[in-house]
Structures are given as structure tokens and as C-alpha cells.
Design a protein around this ligand. Structure first.
Ligand code: HDE
Length: 745
């Protein structure tokens, strides 16, 4: 008998089941780890590396000096069927080190062992000192041409398409910290333009903590974990942060944005981006204007509820990262319009009384509308996190002709910092040659040698002037970078701010007054939570004084929560004109890529139809049932044991599940006492969705679940005859993001 036969029969059977399951799952929910389904048995037949997944992109295959190589992106990936050393020598055995006899000792001569371990020992590079935690995607930017009258920048001319790479991040946490912490988010875009690389390195909040870059180490040291205990990770709810911002009152504006819902975004896809500083654009006639950059998400600006954010930090710490990958994988490509607020380039650089050089101030859209100049679509996930996301190097000084900086003292320091930081982080001065950082245009910079030099420069004369290399390279005025010859007023060297930087409270009040009632409630709750986590009452008291200067009602509410007296304002509380554009409430937005949790059981009639309707609507259905595997003809993504409401934007209930065998506190604490007729985990799903103001829908026996939880007739709760109908009704309500009224109950 052929001994391999039974094994082969089992293998074939397993593979056919896997194929069948894959067919049944089609269309699939995003998240499959490999680019092909994994067989049960370890493959033994040599085969080339699998191709990347269809939704993955890679850096353009350019030479280190920007020439297109024409090679496929996989040319930069591992090659061949066989395991080799770094020198390409085939390896027979990678599981056993070379030893003197089978009981050792290990021999120093084992090059493969030493190469493998040495390389491993050096796999890590320093994480970013700020914005260490992030994720990124490839995409394309298409210009409308509307910026042509104000800038010569080639990539902003009508119809020009430019490859982009965008990295989103939190600020304070370490590389492995949770995504949904309360923090500012980075929004950094690399435009690979034909005139050189332009980096727009912004945040999701239009103002910053400090007016002068020299304070950056101070604010970051205050926000980072305490130096003695290294606690807390990725949070501002601690003494050193509030110590600093209450003493350094120009930070109050940014702090208020962080305490608002903007500090806990629902998704990177649902955030605005801001350049923060004022930049200068220069047109063909050499005329300049001042601008502020804005990214406007097509999906609108939406946030998590605070309890949701906290729960997600445990249930899915990679929530924002996963959300972006899954959306791109499932074809819900996130989009933003790039816009500018345009101001005259006057000598005083003021607009309507707002100092455009003060990065703690923004200009309300009502007095300077944001004008759209192009659209960005993110359509490919990275193929390799380290190569792309970790090694991408942004710099506010990466500017192209037609875009110049201003004297904003925060921006000026950044111009120094970003180049400097890469020297340590990326191990030398040649980081522009790392594939993700390579320009998409010819590079002839006369910079030479250094660690990790990937270019093979030719010639003998990397200096100017020269005759030995034919005079090459030649400086040119044509399409080249020209620093705007802005007048510098005669002055003295001085360490001081202009007087106009001294107003620290009026715009904070403006923000506060622009919020709807539920948003104001969230802000009160956030301050109360954060200050409640501080140890020192002197710090709480000092911050309450700041709140009193901003708004006495806000101060009173927070003081009550802290059990402290509310101080009276020491300065006049100014009258301000609110900016309705700052509120998240009141509009209807697209729902692409939203997660729909669907509770089903074997008796649920139309689970498959609902699943298909959700996919067809550009969202992701997540089927939840008593156990994993299959329920009827659909595959289950979450069991009652693994599901948590915070993973879903809305909940649909299509069954009345009796307690499953594992609905025991001993097996799953979520079950609680759990002696009712319904599985207690489903009850919890509904309760949490209700509490977090999510739309809830039910059909068939699902309506009984809602009745049992007591939410059947509540706001934002719908029931229907069929699952598809229930979904359609839910979908109609989802555009508002939340059932805001429920927060007011
Ligand atoms: Fe940054 N910032 N920053 N920053 N920043 C960095 O550069 C710095 C500031 C921002 O995804 C670092 O490559 C100084 C404002 C983003 O890779 C570092 C000052 C804004 C990212 C640095 C600021 C930002 C960074 C750390 C005050 C919003 C992540 C790693 C003068 C407009 C980019 C790195 C990415 C990263 C310095 C202030 C945004 C150390 C000194 C204001 C989105 O160079």
C-alpha cells in the first residue's frame, strides 16, 4: 500500500472543505491574514512567494535617485522558492544550530545561526519620540485646478494626479499603545509630486498647545508618562499634563479640543486634517497669499462615546488601524477634499483681528470659507508595515515650488526638528533613499556617502563649480524652488512673543459656545474625568481657574464633579461669535465601511439576504451567534463570547437566542447572573448599543429581545417584517452617526 495515499486523501478533503467554505463566505468580510486561504497541512511542495493581497500597495519601484525602474513592486520583496542566507546561499536546515554532537555546545562557526540571531537582535529602530503609534495607506490626489491662480505648484494644476502616502497617528502613546485613547491625531501626507516631495504634516485639531517651538519638549514631557513610574500610557489624564497646561494657559485652547469629542475620533476616515500653521502660496506672477490647509473627510467628522473608547482600548486596541485596513480591503476607499482658507499677505499677517502667525488660533470657516482644491482617495494598504509605515519620514520643510512657510515660531522650530529626528530614527542621513521616501522625480543632490547609501553615484566631481563632470548638476531658475523674498522688519534680537499672542481664552470660549448640548456634556465629562484622575488638588484648582476664565458654567459643572468650589473668573469673560461649523451634530453623512453587528441563530430566515444587503450598501456585516462556524448558510464572525457592542456602529437583532451552553459567569463573566430566557450576552449587546446612542434594528423574534431589554419604542430603534427591511430603516438613520437625542435623556 502507498503510505502517502491516506494522508493525501485527508489533505484533499480538507482543502475541498476550505474551498467550499471560502465560496460560501463570498463576499468575505475583510481581515483575511494571508493572500490565499491557509491549508490545514503544512505545504511541502516548493513554490514561489505568494503575491501580495489585492488591496495592498507598495512604494513605487524607483531607484534611490528617483528613476522609475519599471520593476514590479514584488521586485523589492523576497525572491525564489528556497530559503537562503542574506547572501543568497540556499539553506538546508533552519531549525537546528550547528553543534559539537547532538548535545552541544553550539559552534561559533555556524554563520547561518549568527546571521539570523544578529539580524533579529537589530530588528528594532527607535520609535518616534511623538506620534509613535500610527498606521498608513497609499492613495492618489487629484487636483481640481482651483488653486492655480494662487500657486505655481505643479501638482495643484487641474487634473494632475499625484501618488500619496498618508500616516495617521496618536501623539503621546508608545508604538504598541491603544488606538482609541483621548489624544490629538496626526494626519501626515506625503505627495510624490513631479517637482519633488511635498509633505503636509498636520493634525486633526487646527490649533496647537504652544506658540513657540522651544516649548515642545516641555509640553511633550508633561503629556508623556511620569518619568519615575512611566505611568500612565497614552493619556493626558494625569498630574504632569494638567500641571503644565494650567500654568501655561496658551495650551488651554488645544486642551479643550482634546476634551471634546474630537479627542476620540470614530475612525481615521472620519477626521478633519489641518496644517495648523499659516503657509504662503506664491503664483506665476510672484504674488503671494497666506493660507491654512484643511482636509475635509467625505464621510464627515464623527467620534466615539467616551465609554466606548475606553472599552475598545481593551476589546480591540488596534481599532483605528483595523478600521482603515478593513475599509480599504473592502473597497470603501476613504476620501478627503483638500481645501484652503485664503488670506491677503498683509505686512501684519492678521485677519479679522486673528494673528495668523499664532498657532493657538484658528480662523472660523464662517469668516473665511474653506475652498476645495482637490480630492484624495486612499486605495491601497501597505504591504509591509516596517518598510513603509515605520520608515516613512515626513518633514514640514519638504516643500515644492509655489509653497512657502511663514514666520510662525512653532513652524520655524519644526523646520529644524524633522530632519534632525530622522538621523537617529532612521540611522543616518540617507533616509530619503528608503523606498517609501524616494522622490518620484530625478534626484541630483551632490550629497554623498554616509550610512545606508543605496545610490551608486557616478562621476568624480560632487561639487560646484566643476568641469570634470561636465559642470553637472546645473542650478536652474526653471520650475525650481524660490524662497519668497518677504521683507523682514528691522528689529532687535529678542526672546519674546508679540502682544497679539497674549489672548489665551477667547477662542477657547468660542469653541465651547459652538458645541451642541450633548457635545458640551461630553466636554464637561472629559474635564471631570481627567482632573478627577489627578492627585494634587492644587492642580485641579488651578485648572478650574482656567475654566472659569473660559466659561463659568463649564467651570461650575466640572467643579461639582470634582467636589470642589468653582472659582470666579479673574478676567472679563468675552463675548464671542460661535462657529456652527465646529459641531458634529446636525448633518447626514455617507456610511461607507461602517460595521453592522447582526445577531442570528439557526432559525433566522434571511441572514444571508441581510448580509448581502449590508455588503451592497458598502458596509461590513458581522454575524453574531451562539457559537462560531456556520449558522444556517452563513459564516459567523463573532460568538456571543467574543462579540462586544463597541465593535459595531449599529446592531441588528434577528433572533431571540436562548442562553447558550457557555452563558455561565464561570465561562464568560459577561453572562452575569444570567438566569433569564435570553442569552445575557445579547442583552448586554443591546444595552450597550442603547447607552452609546447607536441605531438599533430588529426583525422577527429580534423585536422580543428589544422589548425584553425595554428599548423597543425608544428613539433610533426600528423594527420591520424582514431583515433587509430592518437594515434599510437602520441605514436611513445611520447617516447622523448617532441618535444624539438619546444622550439628553
Ligand atoms: Fe511634530 N514631530 N513637532 N507636530 N509631528 C514629529 O518627527 C515637532 C507639531 C506631527 O506620521 C517628529 O518624524 C516639534 C505640530 C505629525 O511620521 C518630530 C514641534 C504638528 C507627526 C516632531 C512639533 C505636528 C509629527 C517625531 C514643535 C501639527 C508624525 C517623529 C515645534 C501641525 C509624522 C518624526 C509621521 C512628528 C517634532 C509640532 C504634527 C520629533 C519640535 C504643530 C503628524 O520631529
Amino acid at each position: 500500500m502507498d503510505p502517502t495515499k491516506p494522508v493525501k486523501a485527508v489533505k484533499d478533503a480538507v482543502e475541498s472543505v476550505a474551498e467550499k467554505a471560502a465560496e460560501m463566505l463570498d463576499p468575505q468580510v475583510p481581515g483575511s491574514p494571508g493572500s490565499a486561504p491557509a491549508p490545514l497541512a503544512e505545504p511541502t511542495q516548493a513554490q514561489p512567494p505568494l503575491p501580495p493581497k489585492a488591496h495592498q500597495g507598495a512604494p513605487d519601484t524607483r531607484s534611490p535617485t528617483g528613476a522609475p525602474t519599471g520593476a514590479a513592486p514584488t521586485a523589492m520583496a523576497q525572491q525564489g522558492e528556497y530559503l537562503t542566507t542574506a547572501q543568497g546561499v540556499r539553506v538546508r536546515d533552519t531549525d537546528h544550530s550547528l553543534k559539537a554532537g547532538d548535545r552541544g555546545p553550539t559552534l561559533l562557526q555556524d554563520h547561518h545561526l549568527r546571521e539570523k540571531i544578529t539580524h533579529f537582535d537589530h530588528e528594532r529602530i527607535p520609535e518616534r519620540v511623538v506620534h509613535a503609534r500610527g498606521t498608513a495607506a497609499h492613495g492618489v490626489f487629484e487636483a481640481y485646478g482651483s488653486a492655480e491662480p494662487i500657486t505655481t505648484a505643479g501638482f495643484l494644476k487641474a487634473g494632475v494626479e499625484t501618488a500619496v502616502f498618508v500616516r495617521f497617528s496618536t501623539v503621546l502613546g508608545s508604538r504598541g499603545s491603544a488606538d482609541t485613547v483621548r489624544d490629538t491625531r496626526g494626519f501626515a501626507t506625503k505627495f510624490y509630486t513631479g517637482e519633488g516631495t511635498f509633505d503636509l504634516v498636520g493634525n486633526n485639531i487646527p490649533v496647537f498647545f504652544i506658540q513657540d517651538g522651544i516649548k515642545f519638549p516641555d509640553v511633550i514631557h508633561a503629556g508623556k508618562p511620569h518619568p519615575d513610574t512611566e505611568i500612565p500610557q497614552a493619556q493626558s489624564a494625569h498630574d504632569t499634563f494638567w500641571d503644565f497646561v494650567s500654568l501655561h494657559t496658551e495650551a488651554q485652547h488645544h486642551a479643550m479640543w482634546n476634551m471634546s469629542d474630537r479627542g476620540i475620533p470614530r475612525s481615521y476616515r472620519m477626521m478633519e486634517g489641518f496644517g495648523v500653521h499659516t503657509f504662503r502660496l506664491v503664483n506665476e506672477d510672484g504674488k503671494s497669499v497666506l493660507v491654512k490647509w484643511h482636509w475635509k473627510p467625505v464621510l464627515g467628522v464623527h467620534s466615539l462615546a467616551w465609554e466606548e473608547a475606553q472599552m475598545i482600548s481593551g476589546v480591540d486596541p488596534d481599532y483605528h488601524r483595523r478600521d482603515l485596513y478593513d475599509a480599504i480591503e473592502s473597497g470603501a476607499y476613504p476620501q478627503w477634499e483638500l481645501g484652503v482658507q485664503v488670506f491677503p499677505d498683509t505686512p501684519d499677517q492678521m485677519f479679522e483681528g486673528i494673528d495668523l502667525l499664532d498657532p493657538t488660533k484658528f480662523v472660523p470657516e464662517e469668516i473665511a470659507p474653506v475652498q476645495a482644491i482637490g480630492k484624495m482617495t486612499l486605495n491601497r494598504n501597505p504591504t509591509n508595515f516596517f518598510a513603509e509605515v515605520e520608515q516613512v519620514a515626513f518633514h514640514v520643510g519638504h516643500l515644492v515650488p509655489g509653497i512657502d512657510v511663514t514666520n510662525d515660531p512653532l513652524l520655524q522650530t519644526r523646520l529644524f526638528s524633522y530632519l534632525d529626528t530622522q538621523l537617529t530614527r532612521l540611522g543616518g542621513p540617507n533616509f530619503a533613499q528608503i523606498p517609501i521616501n524616494r522622490p518620484h522625480c530625478p534626484v541630483n543632490d551632490m550629497l554623498r556617502d554616509g550610512f545606508h547609501q543605496d545610490a551608486v553615484h557616478a562621476g568624480v566631481a560632487p561639487y560646484k563649480p566643476n568641469t570634470l563632470d561636465g559642470g553637472n548638476p546645473f542650478p536652474t531658475p526653471e520650475r525650481s524652488y524660490t524662497d519668497m523674498p518677504v521683507a523682514v522688519t528691522e528689529s532687535r534680537k529678542i526672546r519674546a512673543n508679540p502682544l497679539s499672542f497674549e489672548d489665551h481664552f477667547s477662542q477657547v470660549r468660542l469653541f465651547w459656545q459652538s458645541m451642541s448640548t450633548p457635545e458640551q456634556e461630553h466636554i464637561i465629562r472629559a474635564y471631570t474625568f481627567e482632573l478627577g484622575k489627578c492627585y494634587e488638588s492644587s492642580i485641579k484648582k488651578r485648572q478650574l481657574q482656567c475654566l472659569a476664565e473660559i466659561d463659568p458654567v463649564l467651570c461650575q459643572e466640572v467643579a461639582t464633579g470634582l467636589g470642589m468650589p468653582a472659582p470666579a473668573p479673574q478676567t472679563e469673560v468675552l463675548q464671542v461669535v460661535p462657529s456652527p461649523a465646529l459641531s458634529q451634530v446636525g448633518s447626514i453623512w455617507p456610511t461607507d465601511g461602517r460595521m453592522v453587528g447582526i445577531v442570528v441563530d439557526d432559525a433566522t430566515q434571511d441572514a444571508r439576504a441581510v448580509q448581502e444587503a449590508v455588503f451592497a450598501a458598502g458596509m461590513v456585516p458581522m454575524l453574531i451567534a451562539a457559537h462560531g462556524g456556520m449558522v444556517g448558510n452563513v459564516a459567523v464572525q463573532r460568538s456571543f463570547a467574543t462579540a462586544r457592542s463597541v465593535e459595531f456602529d449599529v446592531l441588528l437583532v434577528g433572533s431571540f437566542p436562548v442562553p447558550a451552553p457557555d452563558a455561565l459567569a464561570l465561562r464568560d463573566e459577561k453572562s452575569g447572573a444570567g438566569d433569564g430566557p435570553m442569552d445575557p450576552r445579547v442583552e448586554l449587546l443591546v444595552q450597550e448599543s442603547w447607552r452609546h446612542a447607536k441605531v438599533i434594528g430588529a426583525w422577527g423574534p429580534g423585536a422580543e429581545v428589544l422589548a425584553a431589554v425595554g428599548v423597543l419604542d425608544g428613539q433610533g430603534v426600528v423594527t420591520a417584517e424582514s431583515g433587509v427591511e430592518a437594515f434599510e430603516q437602520v441605514r436611513a438613520l445611520m447617516g447622523a452617526h448617532r441618535v444624539w437625542e438619546r444622550f439628553l435623556m
